[in-house]
Design a protein around this ligand. Structure first.
Ligand SMILES: NC(=O)c1ccc[n+]([C@@H]2O[C@H](COP(=O)([O-])OP(=O)(O)OC[C@H]3O[C@@H](n4cnc5c(N)ncnc54)[C@H](OP(=O)(O)O)[C@@H]3O)[C@@H](O)[C@H]2O)c1
Length: 248
């Protein structure tokens, strides 16, 4: 019988040592060039949510990496749909994560960037109203903000009647937000993939079957497949898989 691409086992072979935060931080790291990292949690049967929310998929190992990825980024990009649905609160980092950022010459908090075509956003939502850094809202020239939005956030208009993500990301980088972390949701991820803007996907696979109903981590019109090599596969003792795919 022929042996093709070798298959190795990462688990249940136990790692020599559990990975500490410093090792995890080094494994994920900051890129040495402008970089868009996307972070999602899914079930092995492909669900993006349980009972409509990601919380049902996210255990302690996912939360730990989720926090580290926020610590590592300059800009935290989230679609308006996810911001509204998940009731995003103001971005907060632990004192340890803020200290790491200070030591690495970064502002204490990343800048929240909300992507919205409609600007149907609530200026009183804590993610905007209580943000430690004034958020940006990536939108297009034709969108009209609701009363109060421009008091709590700056609008960045890219595109005439829809958000031009290529121009939008370029503008974020011009503003110094080189390392971008996108926390979804699926429609934004689909659009970023279609525009070939995704440099990295960090995917947590939770050890549960979600069953039929929920959508996938990517949504929207079809687009060409993009090669994205696997860079690491970590496994937590509860069976959570932490996968990192990235372009060269
Ligand atoms: N498992 C996970 O890791 C994870 C992560 C995130 C979200 N989720 C789940 O995903 C679900 C929400 O998904 P969703 O379908 O609402 O998708 P979404 O991508 O979160 O939100 C779609 C909305 O975001 C804005 N948007 C997204 N892409 C855009 C683009 N290219 N240009 C302009 N605006 C864009 C639009 O807002 P406007 O309507 O304001 O124009 C659009 O209506 C929830 O169930 C949430 O729990 C799961």
């Amino acid at each position: 019988m022929s042996v093709g691409i070798p298959i190795g086992r990462i688990w249940p072979v136990p790692p020599a040592q559990p990975l500490d935060d410093a090792t995890l931080t080094a494994l994920y790291g900051r890129a040495d060039r402008p970089h868009l990292r996307v972070n999602f949690v899914s079930s092995p049967d492909g669900a993006v949510s349980v009972d409509g929310y990601s919380a049902g998929l996210s255990g302690e190992p996912d939360k730990r990496v989720f926090g580290l990825l926020r610590m590592l980024c300059d800009g935290l990009v989230v679609a308006a749909g996810t911001l509204r649905h998940e009731g995003y609160r103001a971005v907060r980092l632990t004192e340890r994560h803020r200290a790491w950022r200070r030591e690495h010459g970064l502002p204490e908090y990343p800048t929240l960037v909300v992507v919205s075509g409609s600007l149907a956003l609530d200026p009183a939502q804590a993610a905007l109203a209580d943000a430690p850094v004034r958020p940006l809202v990536l939108t297009h020239a034709g969108a009209t903000p609701p009363p109060g939005l421009t008091e709590v956030a700056d609008l960045v208009r890219c595109g005439t009647d829809r958000v031009d993500l290529v121009a939008g990301l370029a503008e974020l980088r011009r503003r110094g937000l080189d390392q971008l972390l996108c926390e979804g949701g699926p429609h934004l991820f689909g659009a970023l993939t279609a525009a070939d803007l995704v440099d990295e996907l960090c995917l947590t696979v939770a050890p549960l079957l979600a069953g039929g109903g929920p959508g996938r981590i990517s949504a929207g019109p079809p687009s060409p497949p993009r090669q994205l090599p696997l860079r690491h596969a970590l496994v937590a003792e509860d069976g959570t898989l932490l996968l990192r795919y990235a372009r060269a």
